[in-house]
Design a binder for this molecule. Structure first.
Ligand code: PML
Ligand code: MG
Ligand code: MG
Ligand code: MG
Length: 258
């Protein structure tokens, strides 16, 4: 797979948006594509943004660029789904899982409070596991994890093996979570969608895997969340380079226990 040249294809769409990146965030997307598939990739991203339940965008940017660095291949996280009866219970469970991943309670609570302060995030907030402070300086832009994908054939084999639906939203989230958690500075991730019609989210870490929670907010709620709990002080630049620039393919080897 690495012999072929790949292109990173990215989309971002907003309402009342501009090139500077203001306005209401509607949708973003990341793909890796061969040259022959670029038209299909652009169309997939266009469709994603034009039909989003956060509203119709009036600004959209789709760009592609050739990848010159070698593409790293990493396995998908293991996956488990928890069914809870309410969003409140879902939030409690997310905090229990974060604590299990080694995050102190006071840091978790502090991170949850940032969600009120930054309600229109496009990317992720990075929170230091020692101080609980937000440590990226990107404001509502956040850190956008980019240059990653999972070839469909391999994803479909994986999904069929685990009896999971061929679900593009879960696929995209699992690609991101698998890439992010593979870097040792990431201790854990907490995420749920800003899509008012989608209430499933997850807590992820390398050891715990991708722990889906079927209710993390109420229907109609447009407040999303993507927080990386990090221990990155000594290698900040390398870590940001990895998240934003390192090209990664998720690849499942088909192991019985993986
Ligand atoms: C998003 O859509 O922005 C995040 C979705 C997270 C949960 C995906 C899933 O596992 O169903
Ligand atoms: Mg969106
Ligand atoms: Mg989204
Ligand atoms: Mg990409």
């Amino acid at each position: 797979m690495q012999q072929e040249r790949y292109y990173s294809v990215r989309m971002r769409a907003a309402r009342n948006g501009t090139y500077e990146g203001d306005g209401k965030h509607i949708s973003g997307g990341e793909l890796l594509s061969t040259y022959n598939n670029i038209k299909q990739a652009v169309n997939a991203l266009l469709d994603k943004a034009l039909t989003h339940s956060r509203g119709n965008p009036d600004f959209m940017q789709i760009q592609f660029e050739a990848i010159t660095e070698p593409i790293e291949c990493i396995p998908p996280l293991t996956i488990k789904t928890h069914e809870v009866e309410s969003a409140d219970r879902g939030k409690e469970l997310s905090q229990e899982l974060l604590a299990k991943a080694g995050i102190q309670r006071k840091v978790i609570e502090k991170a949850y409070r940032y969600l009120e302060k930054y309600s229109n995030m496009r990317g992720a907030m990075l929170v230091d596991i020692h101080s609980g402070e937000r440590v990226d300086d990107r404001g509502s832009k956040g850190v956008r994890v980019s240059r990653m994908d999972w070839l469909n054939d391999n994803f479909e084999k994986w999904a069929a093996h685990y009896g999971l639906p061929n679900h593009s939203r879960m696929k995209e989230a699992l690609i991101l979570a698998s890439k992010v958690s593979a870097y040792p500075a990431t201790v854990a991730e907490l995420c749920w969608s800003d899509d008012p019609e989608y209430i499933t989210g997850y807590v992820a870490s390398k050891e715990m895997g991708y722990q889906r929670i079927n209710k993390l907010k109420e229907y109609g709620d447009e407040q999303g969340c993507r927080i990386f709990f990090v221990d990155a002080s000594r290698e900040w630049d390398r870590y940001l380079y990895y998240l934003e620039k390192q090209p990664v393919f998720i690849h499942w080897e088909g192991k019985r226990d993986g």
